[in-house]
Design a protein around this ligand. Structure first.
Ligand code: BGP
Length: 468
């Protein structure tokens, strides 16, 4: 979209997105239990880029005050992080006082600096002892999550205004249970859908606990609860066949509508469940579940957007591993790629999502909860004074913000934008390979922070709301 400059509304907020497991480090301090990232790191460190496992985060815990000041100095007014279940609770499911202290101090620090904290309760970080009891395949663990959420609401209820139950609940079913890329490397489509279903129940139970805690006066009067997922309208080839359109329906159904229906209507899309059943995939449903799911309605939604999904009809009904196929990737010949990450760059996808939401879920308020560009070997892009020259990042964010501004003009209820990750952080198995930050973390120099060229641009946009 070619536009001279555009303006975002005055009350549109800018902030930073991050997560506990990718920043905190201190993986064994303060009574923290192992989560699956720690377990995987211990099991096979060579699976992680440059053998950097979950242990270090990005040194946020030691530099917390300095980092929060830095975010504030860039004109940001809010930040999201996650509480680590494995830090807040002990193995018996009681609050670990040292874990609670850690988060009380973090929230107090943010308040002092003048940053509003958005708290997410789960960011792919299943405590290992609960995984050993079945993880998301077990109802016992679903209930343990609801218990954890209750304790979090009641422990920090007077400190936090914005609560989220999950970040990208579609990702663990995919990465851990379908494509086998993340520990425990399972490839089983039916188990993946069972996990997705159980996470949906866990979400709804947490919202139920949240409403009860609010009713009892344990939360701030103006607090809100939401869910964060990655959304993109699935695209297909020009002149699609019926089978291509069917691939779009199922991809949209499993990845988007599943969550959108849950958070706006308190139910799951029946057409998706029927198609799954017609292929022998039965969800682990119980008679009481519909009532539980009906509590899944939220106050607003977070949309993480990095790239569009492009699909077409699958070549076969099952792949070589026997996994049912409902779609397969379609490579758009004109795609612009971020080669470091292998993700297509398509800013208009945000606009298309916004219009779909406006038309199909008109009451739903939302914000862009993650968007960002991770680039490999940015150290090679330093100028003579050592500052990374990341004009591509400015270009990436500018184009996305332009589409957001246009979507708002066209009626989208999009309230703000959180960039992932304003300060470089640890990216799961990719560790520190691709850097997202407006601020560099120098691993060769004790994790020191150094603003990249783009940081000044971010500050200008965040403080003026003019995108140019
Ligand atoms: C999102 C996750 C984040 C973050 C981001 C970038 O899906 O919520 O945790 O990691 O993607 O992806 P990656 O780190 O894999 O490059």
């Amino acid at each position: 979209m070619a536009q001279e400059s555009c303006r975002l509304p005055d009350d549109f907020f800018f902030g930073a997105a991050m997560s506990g497991p990718q920043t905190e480090g201190r993986w064994r301090d303060g009574g923290k239990l192992e989560n699956l990232w720690d377990t995987w790191s211990n099991l096979n460190i060579t699976d992680f880029h440059n053998r950097v496992g979950s242990y270090a985060g990005n040194d946020f815990s030691s530099r917390r005050h300095e980092d929060l000041e830095l975010l504030k100095s860039l004109g940001l007014t809010s930040m999201r992080t996650s509480i680590q279940w494995s830090r807040l609770l002990d193995a018996d499911g009681n609050v670990n006082p040292e874990g609670a202290k850690y988060y009380h101090e973090l929230f107090a620090d943010a308040r002092e600096v003048g940053l509003e904290v958005f708290v997410n309760l789960y960011h792919f970080d299943m405590p290992t002892h609960l995984f050993r009891r079945g993880g998301w395949e077990s109802r016992e663990v679903v209930e343990a999550y609801a218990h954890y959420a209750t304790l979090a609401f009641r422990t920090f209820g007077k400190e936090i205004r914005h609560w989220f139950t999950f970040n990208e609940p579609i990702v663990e079913p995919e990465q851990r249970y379908t494509n086998g890329e993340w520990y425990p490397f399972i490839r089983n489509y039916a188990r993946a859908r069972a996990v997705q279903y159980n996470i949906s129940l866990a979400h709804a139970l947490a919202v139920r606990e949240y409403r009860a805690a609010k009713e009892e006066g344990c939360l701030l009067d103006d607090s809100r609860i939401g869910l964060i997922n990655c959304f993109t309208p699935p695209y297909t080839r020009e002149n699609p066949s019926d089978a291509d359109l069917e691939a779009v329906r199922m991809t949209d159904g499993v990845c988007n509508r599943w969550w959108l229906d849950l958070v706006t209507r308190g139910e799951l899309p029946q057409d998706v469940i029927s198609t799954l059943a017609s292929r022998g995939i039965e969800l682990p449903r119980r008679p009481e579940d519909d009532l539980i799911l009906s509590d899944g309605k939220v106050d607003w939604l977070g949309c993480n957007y990095y790239h569009p999904e492009r699909v077409q009809a699958p070549a076969a009904d099952v792949d070589e591993n026997g996994i049912p196929q409902f779609a397969q990737p379609y490579v758009w010949p004109e795609a612009e790629m971020n080669k470091s990450r292998g993700w297509e760059i398509y800013p208009q996808g945000l606009y298309d999502f916004a219009m779909k939401t406006r038309d199909e879920y008109p009451d739903l308020e939302w914000f862009v909860s993650e968007n960002g560009m991770g680039i490999e070997r940015e150290d090679l892009r330093k100028d003579e004074s050592g500052v990374i020259q990341d004009d591509y990042r400015v270009d990436f964010v500018r184009r996305h913000l332009e589409w957001i501004a246009r979507a708002i003009q066209d009626g989208a209820k999009c309230r703000g934008y959180h960039y992932w990750a304003v300060i470089d952080n640890w990216s799961w198995a990719n560790a520190f390979k691709n850097r997202y930050g407006f601020v560099e973390v120098d691993l060769e120099d004790g994790y020191n922070r150094r603003p990249k060229k783009s940081a000044a641009w971010l500050k200008k946009v965040a403080t003026t709301h003019v995108v140019d």
